[in-house]
Design a protein around this ligand. Structure first.
Ligand code: SAH
Length: 454
């Protein structure tokens, strides 16, 4: 897209930039190679030669509310010829500065905001500051979790999401830590451009034995980025383990799902453990056995765990062994949960506690309707498999399904199953997955603890 604007939207002089083009001003050891401004490219209306993103009149509202995404439909024109990953100023139709953002020519989200401060320089020092801040908010000193909850007191182990993308002011960047191993996931063009810088900063601040890149999430395709995975710094140990509330979990950093483990459910798993005594438990979408191990340790009578991934189930069994838990109380099924639940219903099996933690059925709102049907299906079957007084732990990690909608879907499922349900507790991701108030999409994980029958 090239500009059709006649008005100039050049960036006013910023003291901190020494009057130079911001794209060429930073010279320190972390500086990533910036794409040079191509000479001779058309710059209609861009008097300074500096690229900029100009919004349509009235489309600045969401940015003013500090939502960090700029959708393509809001863009009036693009001054200059920025390359994907370049930092560009975003301006309203009148030319007023709104934000510095990472441009992406290949995404529906044309740019993601780095900073709302016009004087901010997006360079290595900026990323150093943001990462330091993210690490500080995870330290037990800065953020002691409330005592007396019975779980989640202080830091629950050696695993943590240390950077939660938009919610930590670093759109597109996810970083998970498993002891001395760090896994980095770049989900958009901005962090992709700063990949080496980010790895250097993480190495300096966290001193891991390995930084492993898992930039192979589905979302990258939507951003026009090809998948990439492999060691970025150091060497990957043969075995990676994470300790969580006293339980050991093997993490397959290279081939596991997401970054290898689902840290977001840490405290919700612990809660399940406290409610499992003498219960027959069904754990659907069990992955490497997270909820199952907590239930076993919590004294469950039996735990049936289902997942379609053979590799995940293999690790799950191994996890039971390394924690010296009683494997005779476990049953593992490699199956499609939708089919397995129907079989269990036909066999008239009943459970005291059921966990439904499916994958993301609706990555965006566009998939909400189809996803709603899938959520309703498994929840309806779940309700039918519960004994009276039984507990259902039901989750959605779909960004495209709101809290409200999820609750409505589950209510519809209960109605169709002919059960009365009470919400005992609402659950969210653990505290190392903060949610920026201006970015509600960050609250992707929602859970309900339901009790059926009165
Ligand atoms: N509760 C887990 C995380 C679940 S992630 C934990 O605490 O670690 C979702 C899981 O669903 C993945 O392991 C994936 O393999 C599995 N899965 C996806 N679709 C499935 C299906 N149709 N049937 C069974 N398992 C499925």
């Amino acid at each position: 897209m090239t500009s059709s604007k006649t008005k100039s939207h050049s960036t006013p002089h910023r003291h901190s930039q020494g009057g130079k083009d911001f794209r060429r001003r930073v010279n320190n050891k972390f500086q990533a190679v910036d794409t040079p401004v191509p000479h001779g490219s058309p710059r209609i209306g861009a008097a300074s030669g500096q690229p900029a993103l100009i919004l349509k009149a009235g489309r600045e509202k969401s940015l003013q509310r500090r939502h960090p995404w700029i959708f393509s439909g809001a863009v009036e024109s693009i001054d200059g010829a920025p390359a994907s990953g370049d930092t560009v100023p975003v301006r309203d139709a009148e030319g007023h500065f709104l934000a510095w953002a990472a441009y992406n020519a290949d995404s529906q989200i044309t740019a993601r905001v780095w900073s709302w401060d016009e004087n901010e320089i997006i360079d290595a020092a900026f990323f150093h500051k943001r990462i330091t801040n993210a690490l500080n908010t995870r330290s037990t000193k800065q953020f002691p979790l409330p005592p007396g909850e019975g779980w989640g007191v202080g830091k629950p182990g050696n695993g943590s999401r240390i950077i939660h993308a938009e919610s930590d002011g670093l759109p597109g960047l996810i970083v998970d830590q498993y002891g001395s191993v760090i896994v980095m996931q770049l989900g958009s063009a901005g962090p992709e451009r700063w990949r080496e810088t980010l790895a250097d900063i993480l190495q300096e601040l966290c001193s891991p034995v390995c930084i492993y890149e898992r930039s192979d999430s589905d979302g990258r395709e939507l951003e026009g980025l090809s998948p990439r995975a492999g060691v970025l710094r150091g060497a990957l140990p043969d075995q990676v383990e994470v300790l969580e509330h006293g339980l050991r979990f093997t993490v397959d950093v290279a081939a596991g799902q997401k970054t290898g483990f689902y840290l977001d459910q840490c405290d919700n798993r612990a809660l399940t453990g406290t409610l499992s005594q003498d219960k027959d438990v069904l754990n659907c979408f069990c992955y490497t056995g997270g909820f199952s191990l907590y239930a076993l340790r919590g004294g469950a009578k039996s735990v049936l765990s289902i997942d379609s991934s053979r590799e995940a189930l293999q690790i799950a069994r191994h996890n039971v062994e390394i924690n010296v838990l009683d494997s005779s109380r476990t049953e593992w099924q490699c199956a499609d949960v939708f089919e397995a639940l129907r079989k269990l219903r036909d066999q008239n099996r009943k459970f005291d506690l059921i966990i439904l933690d499916p994958p993301k059925f609706a990555p965006t709102a566009a998939f909400a309707e189809k996803a709603a049907r899938a959520y309703k299906d498994i929840n309806l079957l779940g309700f039918k498999l519960l004994k009276p007084g039984g507990l259902l732990f039901t989750y959605s990690c779909s960004g495209g399904i709101s809290d409200d909608l999820f609750q409505k879907i589950v209510a519809g499922a209960a109605l169709d199953a002919g059960v009365t349900g009470q919400i005992i507790k609402k659950l969210h991701a653990a505290a190392d997955h903060p949610v920026l108030l201006s970015f509600p999409e960050g609250a992707y994980l929602k859970g309900l603890v339901l009790r059926v029958g009165m």
